[in-house]
Write a protein that binds this ligand. Structure first.
Ligand SMILES: [Zn+2]
Length: 689
């Protein structure tokens, strides 16, 4: 047997800050000492240590027990976890060429490392033995029993239970799928770049902001067309410029370019890849013992089966399609002529402005970032959960822009919150939360350390940071993930923080958005940065009223994509092999659910549906609306029970966000609410009743 401590004392980690646990408070990674060159050796030593530990567990001659198998696995890989959380928790915010090179080198190595563990038959046999031993299980508490369940499911879905021949085929399929999805992503990107829309005359860009026009000029210059304009394509079907471009012909060109991606019959056509991916996924599902890929993917989710997803989404699709037709009539009456798909967003914006007189730009002076943070986001968290936030400039962030806050609950420190608000060249787009330290009793880690990243443009020195309406929404949303990470209290690291089912993880963050416009919270933070005046109530009222406008379209295009994803992955091996025409398949799938309206195309059409053919959302794109059912039901609960109170926060924490992944989330939700979530609240919100 290998001594697992041996690798940790590897002399290659002399002077490497990952070689020992962090000496900083809350186990914050020592970013003041971590340099990019420390990651490679720490990953190598971490994988070696982990391999040795896992080998010792798998080869143990003692009969399998919870302690010598599950607990031992939970304790293994300490150095690798320490290195991996620091690296992957910051790599998207520090995407320098150096960091990207490390990621490219180590991503495949780490994938192979976890594959080797996930496919180990000896481990699988031990886990199954513990799982099947009724006496052992009876002696465990609920969290421990749930851990056994989860391990068995995860190893089963990974293929650990297969014989050697089937495993060999599984490895081939995994490799082939990894390369096909990478090719899909590359070809789609190449085709999208190729299809960027060139415009010679600036007058055609009428309707765009000065910033958007100069971005188009810059894009053209980068492509060697100084003096003209280039509109780059974006992933979803509807390009944001369609809402403002007044030139109908240009709207048509832009929309046609968006729709053409991946289906022009050139070398970047992705449709052949799609058919191959769908076939191989169906084959893999059969190998793993599931009728279809959707069944395999949903075995590890709160939805549990594709049938349940369809049961919930199909009625919504019919109602949304009817609403979209009603909206279309309003748009055509505004336009004075029949409209086409490229016109939808443009006239929808006009109707919204005319009906609700919403001016989100007028809100910006009321959204000064520091007040939003302290008097909005932190304020709501204090009222609900008793949390206070104390800036710790003495603790190092991973970038000079990062601010570190100590989080206390009723005065007791519980962790750190790192805020990285501003955009910069080395930060990837979007907004996200990540965990740098996972709380778990087993590993004697009482605290969590979490980060929030946004991409707010940095103002000129001395100027205040004024956020847009969408940025404030995003800020509250990401902070909801942060709370989930900070407040969970679990025994096993496997369940820590936001490590929950994929179709559950967006729910707590969606709920936290409700406090942004909650009267008590809004009044506390939304004051004019120059005059100190509160935001006028009619501005708020009109905005709230306008929110239901356009839901017919938005829900239809989303559900069309979600159900298309389900349709592709509900094919068994023979059915998948029989499909030869991607476009015809998509058309029929949309007709089947009543969403084949050419004016409301799916948010992503098959040839450019990167979420499911490149980004690992296969059979899972439904998750956004699935978790929104819980969100809307929870918002109704808070509202019915007096809103922003500590009693409400405590109950929500006890049954939902305090739980991490350590229990069946829907069973716990039932206890929280006294019943299952009522989808009616979501239907109401989206106007689907
Ligand atoms: Zn989120």
């Amino acid at each position: 047997m290998v001594d697992p401590t041996e690798a940790a004392d590897d002399s290659s980690l002399q002077g490497n800050p990952f070689g020992t646990p962090s000496p900083l408070p809350f186990s914050l990674p020592p970013f003041d000492r971590i340099q990019p060159e420390h990651y490679g050796p720490a990953f190598d030593a971490g994988m070696a240590q982990h391999r040795a530990e896992v080998e010792a567990i798998a080869a143990n001659i003692e009969p399998p027990t919870f302690a010598n198998t599950l607990l031992a696995l939970e304790r293994s890989g300490e150095l690798l976890t320490r290195t991996g959380t620091a690296f992957f928790g910051t790599s998207s915010a520090l995407a320098t060429p150096e960091i990207q090179a490390i990621q490219e080198e180590y991503a495949p190595k780490l994938a192979a490392h976890s594959d080797a563990i996930g496919l180990d038959s000896r481990l699988y046999a031990r886990i199954r033995a513990v799982h099947d031993d009724a006496d052992q299980l009876a002696a465990l508490d609920a969290e421990a029993r749930y851990l056994v369940e989860r391990y068995l499911t995860e190893f089963t879905v990974a293929g650990a239970g297969l014989d050697d021949e089937a495993k060999a085929r599984l490895r081939q399929l995994n490799e082939a799928l990894a390369s096909l999805t990478t090719r899909f992503e590359k070809q789609l990107l190449a085709d999208a770049n190729d299809l960027a829309v060139a415009v010679d005359d600036v007058s055609e860009l009428d309707g765009l902001t000065a910033g958007e026009v100069s971005a188009a000029a810059e894009a053209a210059r980068e492509h060697g067309h100084e003096g003209s304009y280039l509109i780059s394509l974006v992933l979803p079907t509807n390009h944001p410029h369609l809402a403002s471009l007044t030139n109908r012909e240009l709207r048509r060109r832009l929309h046609d370019a968006q729709r053409a991606r991946g289906s022009r019959g050139n070398e970047n056509d992705t449709r052949g890849l799609v058919l191959e991916i769908v076939r191989l996924r169906a084959e893999r599902a059969r190998l793993l013992g599931y009728p279809t890929h959707a069944h395999a993917a949903l075995a590890d989710s709160t939805a549990e089966s594709p049938e349940r997803v369809l049961e919930r989404l199909a009625p919504m699709a019919r109602a949304a399609a009817a609403n979209a037709r009603t909206e279309q009539a309003a748009l055509e009456s505004e336009a004075g002529h029949p409209i086409e798909a490229p016109d939808w967003a443009f006239y929808s914006n006009r109707v919204r402005a005319a009906t609700y007189r919403v001016d989100t730009a007028a809100m910006r002076p009321y959204f000064e970032a520091e007040r939003v943070l302290r008097d909005g986001i932190f304020f709501a968290a204090e009222r609900l959960y008793g949390l206070t936030f104390h800036e710790r400039p003495d603790l190092p962030g991973y970038h000079p822009d990062v601010r570190v806050f100590e989080v206390r609950e009723d005065g007791t420190p519980i962790g750190l919150y790192l805020l990285d608000l501003y955009t910069r060249d080395t930060k990837k787009g979007g907004a996200w939360m990540s965990s740098l330290v996972h709380q778990s009793t087993l590993l004697d880690e009482p605290h969590a350390v979490v980060t929030n990243n946004l991409n707010v443009p940095k103002p000129a020195p001395g100027e205040p940071t004024l956020l847009t309406f969408d940025e404030v929404t995003t800020f509250f949303h990401e902070f909801g993930h942060a709370l989930h990470g900070l407040l969970a209290r679990v025994t096993y690291p496997h369940f820590s923080g936001t490590q929950v089912f994929r179709d559950f993880v967006e729910y707590p963050s969606q709920v936290n958005e409700m406090w942004m416009l909650w009267p008590e919270v809004l009044a506390n933070y939304a004051v004019h940065h120059e005059t100190g005046e509160p935001m006028p109530q009619d501005l708020v009222d009109r905005l709230v009223a306008s929110r239901s406008w356009g839901e017919g379209f938005a829900t239809s295009e989303y559900l069309a994509a979600a159900l298309l994803d389900q349709a592709w992955h509900a094919l068994d091996l023979e059915q998948a092999a029989a499909v030869t025409d991607v476009d015809a398949f998509e058309q029929r799938a949309l007709e089947d659910v009543g969403l084949a309206n050419p004016l409301v195309p799916p948010r992503y059409s098959t040839p450019y549906f990167a979420h499911v053919f490149a980004y690992a959302y296969d059979a899972a794109y439904y998750a956004y609306i699935w978790s929104e059912v819980l969100d809307a039901d929870t918002v109704a609960w808070f509202t019915e029970n007096g809103g922003l109170t500590r009693a409400n926060g405590d109950r929500y924490r006890r049954y939902v966000i305090g739980l991490g992944g350590a229990g069946d989330p829907l069973a716990s939700y039932r206890e929280f609410r006294g019943q299952d979530a009522d989808p009616r609240h979501l239907l109401e919100r989206r106007g689907l009743l």
